[in-house]
Design a protein around this ligand. Sequence first.
Ligand code: FA5
Length: 394
Amino acid sequence: MSFEEKLVKALEALGAKDEASVRALFVEVRDALESEKRTLLSTPAANDADRMERAKALRDRWLSRRNGLLAQVDEHWLKPASRELKPVVGLEFNQLRQLAKGLEVEELIKSVAVDSRSAVVGRDPNDPEGLGAGKGKGPTQAAEAIGFDPTLPGNRRPLGSIHPITRVQREIEEIFLTLGFWIESGPEIESVYYNFDALNIPESHPARDDWDTFYIDSQTVLRTHTSPVQIHAMEKYGAPLHIIIPGKCYRRDNPDATHYPMFHQIEGMAIDQDVTFADLKGTLDFFAKRFFGDQTRTSFHPSFFPFTEPSGEVAVSCPICDGQGCRTCKQSGWIEVMGCGMVHPEVLRRGGIDPDRYSGWAFGLGVERYAMMKYGIHDIQLFYQGDLRFLEQF
Ligand code: FA5
């Protein structure tokens, strides 16, 4: 069976029932990825356009969000993995994702460029210093072989770049992946039950006004936050659980400098035995230092969310003025960056987890806010106006 055929089968159907057999499957996938990359780099291209086209095709084959090979690993191996195998599948999947970063077109073009330069000077790409001298072709033949005239001025072809929101989302994901969390996702079109009721927000609760949204019909909404995926994940995997949930959310908010009707959140959730608020504080303090810099301090204030008890807001010392007070932090020295708390026992129960045996914490943050702080952007609307003068800066 080819590795591609294996990707559309569940681990169980492939007989992968322990860590060793899961690892062996991932080795096969990684080998295939590296071999396809090597083939691309070593096959001469007719011209720049041909090279770019082939680089994009390889990138899409592996990384296309919809049906790329990595998406299939996610769909058929990671998501349905049993509770016992989930950690090793998650770990292997993360390593595969790291490796697959080398297939982004910018990276491939860089590698091709290094390869081409090596060929032009008649050197082996694995021997850029030419230590195995005499083996390479002469400069002219090599340049002809790859259809490249080094005497001509270079052709600059505009490359798309990664949207700042995606960039920041990936950066946050990486921090939690290194801590052993895995990525979970859920539907953007959500039932009223998961968006509200299961999160301890009954129909009469005033919090429904704060999270007013777009209704598809009386029982179906565009989700207002990523928190409903807490319930989906608990139902699916039970405890213990360590996940982050990035995704789009929608609210009936008028656009202004800090609000948009569509935005992105990242939810985090950890459930296990004896999990305490101290674990939550330690994890979020670590995260803040990684994202904003080692000098960052965190501060927790009491707050209210119906699905956590106790609940809090986390503030970080202003990364612009280091807590001295400036325009960005409105002279307070602090910036609020997320809501959090201990998962309410009723929410655990709704997810099918026994609150007498397990406890957990959760947080939710707005990605746009992080991107605005990171890049000093003062109007959220810039992210979604599609203005190239703005986007090309990233
Ligand atoms: C929530 O949505 C909670 N679900 C977060 C949570 C999860 C708390 C788990 C406790 C435990 P809140 O409504 O404050 O909380 O939204 C979180 C973040 O989403 C906000 O801080 C803000 O950065 C972002 N956000 C909310 N509405 C918008 C909007 N219209 N435009 C852009 N960002 C928004």
